[in-house]
Design a protein around this ligand. Sequence first.
Ligand SMILES: [Zn+2]
Length: 235
Amino acid sequence: MARRWIRHRETHFVDRVGWLRAAVLGANDGILSVASLITGVASAHAGQKAVLVAGVAGWLAGAMSMAAGEYVSVSSQADAEKADLERERRELHTMPEAELDELAHIYVKRGLEPALARQVAVQLTDKDALEAHARDELGISEATQARPVQAALASAATFSVGSAMPLLVVLLAPAAWLVPAVIGASLLFLGVLGTLGARTGGADAVRATVRVLAWGAAAMLVTAGVGRLFGVATG
Ligand SMILES: [Zn+2]
């Protein structure tokens, strides 16, 4: 969630990195939860059809829960931004002089000489006072505005892309090799994504990849173990 609170002058760069990172994380989630689910069900000696049904259900449930979570969290951020803007609009109306001083002061702090800062503040206030305060005081601009629906759709989509990978393996792999094929292919996908995610974030790629692989392997081993126990107990 922190990425959305980043307010930075180089908005485009930050946005792109945040967006890519979110996409990689969403796909990671999709791969890992659906692959673990499939591994668990398949280890209980379920037929291929039951495994596929479980995988598809896991994909849909995960995508919807990701979308709902994202929608709720980004909505509350959008509400906070709206309330900030509303308060700003009121203050501009009731105390325009103080607001002009405030804006000029912001530009002084950013390095302008007081006379020039005042001139900039006056001209920007004439053009669109609310826009100037939103951008330079609150850090809200067109590019950084919270968009709940967009965020919800994006996380559902990236989770779905991730889920599709283990589901495809179920369709393509021979039944006898289902569990090792899903585990092997999923670790491969996770590794590629982990490297990609680390690269875009400028982090150490090897460490990030090892971390994601360790967690992935642990998750699938746990569900495989539980599935096997259930399979023995009930079959
Ligand atoms: Zn203000």
